[in-house]
Write a protein that binds this ligand. Sequence first.
Ligand SMILES: Cc1ncc(COP(=O)(O)O)c(C=O)c1O
Length: 400
Amino acid sequence: MNDIGQNPASLLSALRDEARLAPESGIVEVMNYGRDRPGIIPLWAGEGDLPTPDFICDAATRSLAAGETFYTWQRGIPDLRQALADYRTRLHGGPFPPERFFITGSGMQAIQTAKRMVAGAGDEVIVPTPCWPNSAAATEIGGARAVHVPMSFTDNGWQLDLNRLTDACGPNTRAIFINSPGNPTGWVMEEDEMAALLEFTRSRGIWIIADEVYERFYYDGPRAPSFHDVAEPDDRVLYVNTFSKNWAMTGWRIGWIEAPAELGQVIENLIQYSTSGVAAFMQRAAIAGLSRGEDFVAYQVERARRGRDIVCDTLGATGRVRFARPAGAFYLFFSIDGEPDVEKLGLRLVDEANVGLAPGTAFGPGGDGFMRLCFARSADSITEAANRLADWLRRGAKGS
Ligand SMILES: Cc1ncc(COP(=O)(O)O)c(C=O)c1O
């Protein structure tokens, strides 16, 4: 009998390279290792501990009860696109027409669609790292190459050297991916840096893919600086965003792209040939979040600020960790003296401290030696986790 179709190695080798070589998530290994541990405090994933508020769930239920179960608009239902335009106008001043907004089946799908729009085989996308790994992986699955530009960890926090970034751009560079506020570092790009980068990309015809999903989780003002503050509507900027974080909807899988309206048909086509659109009941829920969710967003941001302060103060007091106090997003990215092997450390912390963290190696070059901790949780839970880690650090648990 020949082994075609039976030998797993030959099955794998028969796949497209980009699919076969897609990396496994470095976060999932530790999650799988620790998820069933009794009493574990799971701070490894990028989500908080609050369920989606009732007023959002109720909007979905009402939509289903009303029979909204059919195929719907590929670009998103008009009411949701209008609600997004209104939301963006409230945050940035206007006008933002609804024609700029396109509903996707998650922030992840927004990223993937944006990448597909601008970069294919032979092209390059610049990705500053440490960065949430899915962006580079989405680039490479699409056939383009992700070019990592490591940021530096300095006494003044994480810094992105713009010269280094622009030097990395070559003739094949089609896009620069900027995630600010950043996961995992909490780094926030300043408005003047955005303006300078935009000028550079204009001069070179390069796209900016602006991942601003943590724009509301900003601790030095009402919202983080945004490319909206410096860009014109027809600039080559694609914004990717999600309902996951602001409205505690990680499990729903709904996000959006904001782009120049003239790209609408292309975006519609790409949505058509991937998910063919997002279920109407989910879109009704998203409208409820946008139109009635401001108090909830403010509550979550304050909760995250408190979580940040607790972990920074508690871990900082041990004298064994190094970190930059994050200005945005909801992660602490920290290194522990004498603990360079963070992949093993993630597993050990499950066993020895009953706390789940993600290893920095999962976030690309520059993440080695760091651990990521998500602090979007109740003060009680974060205090308990921080105390467990501090006790572990004080025990000087190296190699134990
Ligand atoms: C920086 C960043 N962008 C995009 C996303 C995508 O979010 P989702 O696919 O849950 O909508 C995440 C999720 O963790 C993220 O951290």
